[in-house]
Structure formats: structure tokens, C-alpha cells
Write a protein of this length. Structure first.
Length: 371
């Protein structure tokens, strides 16, 4: 199963202030601008193995980091800029961004302070892949990298809260986690219905129908944590924060293992879930390689996701749930755990951005030593 990665990073100057990437976008293949100015995205090609994925991602990040240092800039692996308000994170204006702002409303501004990681899997048994990634969703807590927004500590996992519960609260079908599906036909019907509702909302807000149709189709008008990408084509998991490369790669490898098993052997959804322990035990008990992957009821997924957003790995049942899925939480070191708990001044936020940039560079240096 070919796998690819897209990781978003903030760009700062040597004082820790947000800065435009400018010529950094030209230093390596797979480096693209994002929809806000002080951010770039580094992506890989579809890779046959995790080893290939590791080498390609780290090589591209290294080239950008080295070029950034020569230009007195740094890359910052944090999910939010910690203290900056949306007004301090200017949009890179595009037709699609402008339309989203009009359609979603003021809440869309919260999206521009969010930097994340997207993992793409080659499509095969698509419904099973979608359902496995839906159950895996709370694993974003393993790599959470920011708890602050506008200087305030809001939740242990600030980005999924801002993106899902705030930005797309007016349009939940476009940005929140969606239930399991019985088959790809059901997914497509739901996608079409969500698209039509979004289009209707756009027309109610005065958007020209032709302009809307030029900017969006059903697949590209969905920004949910789990979605299909028709053009690539892949099944995409969009839940994790921007984080250290080694942590992102560890997570991608473990998620790929679960998705590959779901693809090979199918999935069974526990509709009679009687609690978190039962859900985890159901997954563990089906750990034989030739058995279908048992998934907890969607209500359980939502409950654990909420706990993870609010309290990260310390949320009620989160560690147990992730262990049941096959993860080892103790193998992860979320950057958010290293952040102070109280309010941050702008000066403190700049210092923490630079510290996160230091950790990114140290992470890459460990790769150079062991390569």
C-alpha cells in the first residue's frame, strides 16, 4: 500500500516572528505554499515502503531547513503559532479561500492558525480503509504539539478543537469526523448530499453559482479528518498536528499497519459496544493477522476523540483505547507536553517557536548521524 505524507510548518525569522517562506518554496521538490502566508507544506511522493517514505520526507525537510537557515529563517513544527491571532496570519488569497470565508463565515478564521499533517494511503478496499482511519482518529493525541491559541491554553490538543469545533462548527459536515460507512456507495451519497448543502449555503450568502462550481466539487469541498481524494487517488487521514519528523513517521508507520490489515481482512464494527474496555478488548482479541479488524462503535470513537481534544493522552480512556488499537503511547513525546500551562505573552511565544525549531533541527541531526 503506497503511502505519502504532507506536513505543514510555520516559517519564522530569527526573532521567532512569523515570516513568509518566499524563496524557500523553490529549494526542493514537494514544497508548496499554504493558504496562509507564514506557512509552507512539504510533501512526499507515494512511497512503496515506510523506509522510502522516511528517506524522502527527511531529505526534503533537511533541504528546506538548511536553506531557511541561510536566509535567517526557521521551520517550526507546532500546530498553532501559540499567541498570534488570525489577523496576524494573513491569507494567501485564492478563489477557494475567499469563497470558504464567505460561506463558512467568521469562524473560518480559526483555520488559518492550524498547521497539521496529512497521511495518504493508496486506495484499495476503500470502505474498510475509511472505517479503520475513523476508528484511529484519536491517535492525533500521540503527536499533539500545541495547546495554546492567542496566548491562552484552551485544550491539550488545540488544533483539532479549533478546526473541527470552532472553524467548521457552522458547517459540521464539511469539517468534522463522519460516521462509519457500509460501503463506498454510501460514502459517495453522503458526500454528494453534504456538497449540495454546502452549495445551498453558498448561494444563500450571495455566491455566484458558476464561481462556486469552478472552485469546488464534492471531493474538494470536504475538509473532514478522514476523506477520499479523487484526483490522487487516496484515502487521507488529516487529524495529526504538525510535529517532529520522527514522531510523524512513527505514527504514519503504525497507522499504515492498521489500515493495511483492514484492507487485507476487512473490518467488523462493534454495534453493541458496552464501554471503553470492551471496545479495546474487541480489537486486541482480533489481533491475529488473518482476522478482520474489530472497530468500536462510532459513539465510542467520538467519546475518546473528545477526551483526547480536551486532555490529550491523559484524557479518560485515551491511552487504553490507543493501546487497544495497537499503538504504544509511551513511545511518543508530544511537544504540547513541553509547553507551559499558563498564559503566554507574545515574547514567550516567540521564544517557544524558536525552541521548537531547535528541536526540529536536532531531530533531523539524529537522522543524519544514524543514516
Amino acid at each position: 500500500m503506497k503511502t505519502s505524507l504532507e506536513v505543514e510548518y510555520w516559517v519564522v525569522d530569527t526573532d521567532g516572528d512569523l515570516a513568509a517562506p518566499d524563496t524557500l518554496l523553490d529549494v526542493s521538490p514537494g514544497v508548496d505554499p499554504e493558504f496562509v502566508e507564514p506557512m509552507l507544506e512539504i510533501k512526499t511522493t507515494p512511497c512503496e515502503s515506510i523506509a522510502d517514505l522516511r528517506e524522502e520526507l527527511l531529505g526534503r525537510i533537511e533541504r528546506v531547513v538548511d536553506a531557511a537557515r541561510r536566509r535567517d529563517k526557521r521551520l517550526v513544527p507546532l500546530a498553532t503559532p501559540l499567541s498570534a491571532s488570525p489577523a496576524e496570519v494573513p491569507y494567501r488569497e485564492t478563489a477557494a479561500t475567499d469563497l470558504q470565508r464567505r460561506i463558512v463565515g467568521p469562524a473560518f478564521d480559526d483555520a488559518r492558525v492550524c498547521a497539521g499533517t496529512h497521511v495518504h494511503f493508496e486506495q484499495s478496499s476503500v470502505a474498510d480503509q475509511l472505517n479503520a482511519l475513523t476508528a484511529i482518529d484519536p491517535a492525533f493525541a500521540l503527536v499533539t504539539s500545541a495547546s495554546h491559541y492567542r496566548g491562552e491554553r484552551i485544550h491539550e490538543c488545540a488544533r483539532p478543537f479549533l478546526y473541527r469545533r470552532s472553524c467548521y462548527e457552522p458547517c459540521p459536515e464539511q469539517g468534522q469526523l463522519r460516521p462509519y460507512v457500509k460501503g463506498i456507495a454510501e460514502w459517495k451519497r453522503r458526500l454528494e448530499a453534504d456538497y449540495e448543502a454546502f452549495r445551498e449555503r453558498a448561494l444563500e450568502r450571495g455566491v455566484d453559482p458558476a464561481r462556486f462550481d469552478d472552485a469546488f466539487d464534492p471531493y474538494e469541498a470536504a475538509w473532514n479528518p478522514v476523506r477520499l481524494r479523487k484526483a490522487m487517488p487516496t484515502v487521507e487521514w488529516r487529524s495529526p498536528d504538525a510535529a517532529l519528523p520522527s514522531q510523524v513517521l512513527r505514527l504514519a508507520s503504525e497507522v499504515q499497519s492498521v489500515v493495511a490489515r483492514a484492507d487485507a481482512n476487512g473490518t467488523v464494527i462493534d454495534t453493541d459496544d458496552t464501554g471503553l474496555r470492551a471496545a479495546s478488548d474487541a480489537i486486541i482479541d482480533s489481533s491475529a493477522a488473518d482476522e478482520p479488524l474489530h472497530l468500536p462503535a462510532f459513539d465510542t470513537v467520538e467519546s475518546i476523540t473528545d477526551a483526547a481534544i480536551h486532555d490529550g493522552l491523559e484524557g479518560a480512556g485515551v491511552r487504553q483505547y490507543l493501546r487497544g488499537l495497537g499503538f504504544t503511547p509511551s513511545d511518543y513525546d508530544p511537544l504540547a507536553d513541553r509547553m507551559p500551562g499558563g498564559r503566554l505573552t507574545d515574547r514567550e511565544a516567540r521564544r517557544l517557536r524558536l525552541r521548537a525549531a531547535d528541536r526540529l533541527e536536532a531531530d533531523l541531526e539524529r537522522h543524519r548521524v544514524w543514516a
